[in-house]
Design a binder for this molecule. Structure first.
Ligand code: FAD
Length: 321
């Protein structure tokens, strides 16, 4: 991932509105994005979710959208999440998923930037209130919420908002990114009882001053951070497709005597499906992060940047049209 020489260029392109307009209009792109995105509409994503649940995996759904620039758009996003929660609550869960289990099989993931965090006036306040509205509804329905991590300029504000909301919703999850130099300290602070922390490597382009740049440093940081979380009293969520990280997580759970109901594995929809099924069959809680919505461009470009083979797949598909 971080060794992909095209990564900086692709992540820069992820912010280009011209390229976004050209790519999102091209019919071929639409066909390719379905590998990573479960659909543009709620009925489409619900079909995917039903199949994932049937296969023994649990889910977290992300309604795609980021960099919201007006309040009405942020409110529309809240409206979509509320409708999504209602639809999720109406799903029939497989008999194997015990409703009394402490682990919620259903979760939604949200980006605070989609809820108004970047608005020039009262962004933090608006995003907090919007997230609270979603959390209140989710709590009534027994569905979990996790707040995604975005670029490092938002980390302080996001963690502040998570801390505030966790006084009302102690089950609210947060995401930490091992490429950030600060994350070990954040893990120590957030490894307390009941704290649900999704640890990932990080998907944005970050300067050296705040983030490790080489893959080996990011991986080493991931292991240090995971160890802190595993030794802590919280509920770590191991979000990675990396076989070495997954094996290291297995070792740590054995060493720290953690039961399988005290942490979970997570992967993205469309990535390492066979491995997801293997982990679920072995009795791990395997949660799949399922994105949907028309605003898929930024998410899609981050997946292309992660792996030369994802990019090759995309270019080959264009070439064969
Ligand atoms: P990488 O270093 O990308 O890959 C390591 C190895 O994994 C590869 O060498 C290969 O062996 C294997 N692998 C990776 N991809 C594939 C593939 N397609 N097929 C086969 N093998 C593969 N990032 C954020 O910044 N904020 C978030 O809120 C966030 N949420 C996430 C939620 C989940 C559930 C997950 C899984 C990721 C999330 N991410 C988030 C993205 C994350 O930060 C990484 O960008 C992404 O997961 C790639 O890192 P990796 O750990 O999978 O390892």
């Amino acid at each position: 991932r971080l060794s992909n020489p095209l990564r900086p260029a692709i992540l820069a392109a992820a912010r280009s509105s011209k390229l976004k307009a050209a790519l999102t209009k091209a019919p071929v792109t639409r066909r390719i994005v379905t590998r990573f995105i479960a659909g543009e509409t709620r009925p489409e994503v619900l079909k995917v979710v039903a199949a994932l649940l049937e296969s023994g995996r649990v889910i977290s759904i992300d309604f795609l959208g980021e960099d919201t620039t007006d309040r009405a758009q942020a409110e529309a996003t809240v409206g979509e999440y509320l409708a999504l929660l209602d639809d999720l609550a109406g799903l029939r869960l497989p008999a194997s998923m015990n409703p009394n289990n402490e682990i919620a099989p259903l979760e939604v993931s949200m980006k605070l930037s989609a809820l108004g965090q970047a608005l020039p006036v009262d962004g933090d306040k608006i995003a907090t209130q919007n997230a609270r509205t979603v959390c209140e509804h989710a709590q009534r329905l027994g569905i979990w919420v996790t707040i995604d991590a975005e670029d490092h300029t938002t980390t302080d504000s996001t963690l502040r908002i998570v801390r505030e909301l966790r006084t009302e919703f102690p089950w609210l999850g947060a995401v930490l990114q091992s490429y950030l130099r600060r994350t070990e300290a954040d893990c120590r602070e957030l490894a307390g009882p009941g704290s649900r922390i999704r640890l990932c490597k990080g998907a944005y382009r970050e300067p050296e001053s705040v983030a490790y740049q080489s893959r080996s440093e990011v991986d080493a940081s991931y292991r240090r951070c995971l160890e802190i979380l595993m030794l802590g009293a919280g509920y770590p969520m191991v979000a990675s497709h990396d076989p070495e990280i997954i094996a290291a997580a297995g070792d740590m759970t054995r060493r720290t005597d953690r039961g399988r109901d005290t942490f979970e594995q997570q992967m993205l929809f469309g990535i390492r499906d066979v491995e997801q099924l293997r982990l679920a069959a072995e009795g791990y809680t395997m949660r799949v992060y399922v994105p949907y919505g028309a605003q898929w461009y930024g998410y899609f470009m981050r997946r292309l940047a992660e792996r030369p083979s994802n990019l090759r797949f995309f270019l080959r598909s264009i070439a064969t049209v």
